[in-house]
Design a protein around this ligand. Structure first.
Ligand code: COA
Length: 274
């Protein structure tokens, strides 16, 4: 298979999808970020990672973007991990001096809600990228794993931390120490997935979910995400105190007044994002 020749990461804002009659419909507020290197099963070369991180920085600052879906081109892979051909020549010093982990930090810091739409392989950095997202929609054909151990390394883009938080230590450590690849049903059972859908429906399901979230009041979405993500980092009492501050803050917004007024007046609300 050859790659299409354009940039290795494509960004569509708004995302579109085909509708009856050959037309396309724009999904208001939804961005689609596509890793487009199918010849390597969308391996995450430094160019690809930079493209994803740049897209995250740009979309996070763009008010027109309210939710982001990440996907891989083709049907075989979301992403089959870091580019092994590139990594084979890498040294510890070179890795430390590269911007690779700045890019990973930018991906993980994004404040807009993110959804991974996963068909086929999500291995190594591909699974780490999917787990960096807030939600994972898996196709029934998804194959997930952290096979780095077989290359003499470990998951270095958050995998040991994210998988342990999602699946628990006993399950995560087995997967990380053996490199075993699991299917969508097992991923769902151990708590990695938001939902498993038929393979051909993955992107539509992720875009639908993103469109639903994009239709919600943006400040409430942003603060709710912030609060949920904080739960992975701080003790319960600190998380609850922070949640309460965010709750008070939302009581000062136009959207809170509008949302409650619209409910009482039995009409649809109009969100202003303030
Ligand atoms: N980095 C670079 N190239 C990769 C890659 C990666 N992580 N994963 C796949 N590719 C390339 C293959 O080298 C191959 O290229 P070629 O056609 O020029 O030979 C192409 O993608 C297709 O992969 P191939 O291995 O032929 O497909 P397969 O169906 O036999 O196996 C996998 C699929 C995913 C099981 C296998 O490609 C694999 O194990 N990849 C590496 C996964 C990994 O260890 N990721 C963690 C990296 S830290």
């Amino acid at each position: 298979m050859t790659d299409p020749g354009g940039p290795p990461v494509r960004v569509d804002l708004p995302a579109t999808r085909p509708v009856a009659g050959g037309a396309v419909a724009a999904l208001d507020g939804v961005a689609l970020v596509t890793i487009d290197r199918p010849s390597t099963l969308n391996a995450l070369s430094s160019d690809v990672l930079r493209g994803i991180a740049d897209a995250c920085r740009r979309l996070d600052a763009d008010d027109a973007c309210r939710a982001i879906v990440f996907t891989g081109a083709g049907t075989r892979a979301f992403a089959a991990g870091a580019d092994i051909a590139e990594m084979a020549a890498e040294t510890a010093a070179g890795l430390a001096a590269s911007g690779r982990f700045d890019d990973w930090d930018a991906i993980r810091r994004i404040r807009k809600p993110t959804i991974a739409a996963v068909r086929g392989y999500a291995l190594g950095g591909g699974l780490e990228l999917a787990m960096s997202c807030d939600m994972l929609i898996l196709g029934e054909d998804a194959k997930l794993g952290q096979p780095e151990i077989k290359l003499g390394i470990l998951p270095g883009a958050g995998g040991t931390q994210q998988l342990t938080r999602a699946a628990g230590r006993a399950r995560a450590i087995e997967l990380i120490l053996t490199g075993r690849v699991i299917d969508a049903a097992e991923a769902d059972r151990i708590g990695i997935a938001t939902r498993v859908v038929p393979a051909a429906e993955v992107l539509d399901a992720a875009l639908d979910l993103a469109a639903t979230i994009a239709s919600m009041p943006p400040l409430a979405v942003r603060t709710a995400k912030e609060s949920v993500r904080l739960a992975e980092e701080v003790p319960l009492s600190v998380g609850i105190r922070h949640e309460r501050q965010l709750f008070y803050m939302l009581f000062g917004t136009d959207d809170k007044a509008e949302g409650m007024r619209a409910f009482l007046e039995k009409r649809e609300p109009t969100w202003r994002g303030r």
